[in-house]
Write a protein that binds this ligand. Structure first.
Ligand code: 9MG
Length: 301
């Protein structure tokens, strides 16, 4: 009965369980509750005063804080994907993220994810200790990404984006946004599988804010459970995004409460991973959502 409900798009509160084994022997266990992924942007506008050591120590400190607050995964990225942003070279991206990943891998129990669209950066990240790839281009930017992920047998996040970061917010257009995002993600799943990646290692993400107007983001969030039909774990990254700024008329650093409303909605819709800047509040929201979903006996999962 439950399976039939998922096949039909799922009852909105259900979360189909998934477990992805990692080459290290660990596993991403996405059954009991949504995992919380902390955002670690190692970009000039996030820490740097021009001094690489300052950036490294600040980034490592922030990652430690996020782990202490309960992050399950730290997503380390060295290239901004904000609307209007320009790409950076693989060399520069590696210079930013690899020293950070090396430090974190030596001391951290949280899983490290590398947020990049470039196989060269992903490979260096995996060598440095990352165990997961978050590719916002869903393997479209670099043809070497699929063979790398296939060979390394790591989980890969395939995120939906209409257009490219430089221009994606200029005039996003959809007929039926949920159906189109689902069909696009299905095509990327097939592409990844054809490239040799085990389907069981794929995670899908509707890509809030990536080539979407406010109405598209809201509809995707409201109908998130329908993406369970894809048969893969669902990740979301609504944290501090402009959709919240549009609703609340607040700058990015004042969108915490708005972010938490979206985290609660996604958690109650059965999503598997929430990508956030503010880890502790998200961990608390997720725990309360689980208590609502399952009852008090499950709150310590
Ligand atoms: C890197 N990055 C920024 N926003 C994101 C989102 O919504 N999802 C994923 N997977 N990555 C994101």
């Amino acid at each position: 009965m439950q399976e039939a409900a998922h096949a039909a798009g799922g009852a909105w509160w259900e979360r189909p369980p998934f477990r992805i084994e990692l080459p290290s022997g660990r596993a991403l266990d996405m059954g009991p509750r949504p995992l919380v992924m902390g955002v670690l942007n190692v970009t000039p506008d996030s820490f740097s005063d021009g001094d690489r050591f300052f950036t490294l120590t600040s980034a490592v400190r922030q990652a430690r804080d996020m782990c202490a607050e309960g992050a399950d995964i730290i997503d380390v990225g060295g290239e901004s994907t904000r609307p209007g942003s320009d790409p950076v070279s693989a060399e520069e991206e590696k210079n930013r993220v690899i020293p950070v990943i090396e430090e974190l891998a030596a001391e951290m129990t949280a899983l490290i994810s590398i947020d990049t669209q470039k196989a060269e950066v992903a490979e260096a990240g995996l060598e440095a200790g990352a165990e997961m790839i978050n590719d916002v281009s869903a393997l479209r930017t670099d043809p070497e990404m699929a063979p790398l992920a296939a060979e390394r047998k790591v989980p890969v996040v395939l995120m939906h984006m209409q257009g490219r970061p430089k221009t994606m917010q200029q005039n996003p257009t959809y007929g039926e946004v949920v159906a189109e995002v689902a069909a696009w993600l299905e095509e990327r799943i097939q592409h990844a599988a054809a490239g040799g990646i085990d389907e069981g290692r794929l995670i899908v993400d509707p890509g809030f804010g990536f080539g979407k107007a406010l109405e598209h983001n809201l509809e995707l969030l409201r109908r998130l459970h329908e993406l369970h039909r894809l048969g893969r774990p669902l990740m979301v990254g609504p944290s501090r995004k402009s959709m919240l700024g549009m609703i609340l008329d607040l700058p990015a650093d004042e969108r915490l409460y708005g972010t938490l409303a979206t985290v609660a909605s996604a958690a109650l819709s059965g999503c598997h991973i929430v990508r956030v800047h503010d880890v502790r509040p998200a961990v608390e929201v997720v725990r309360v959502c689980e208590a609502i979903r399952k009852g008090i006996e499950y709150t310590n999962d």
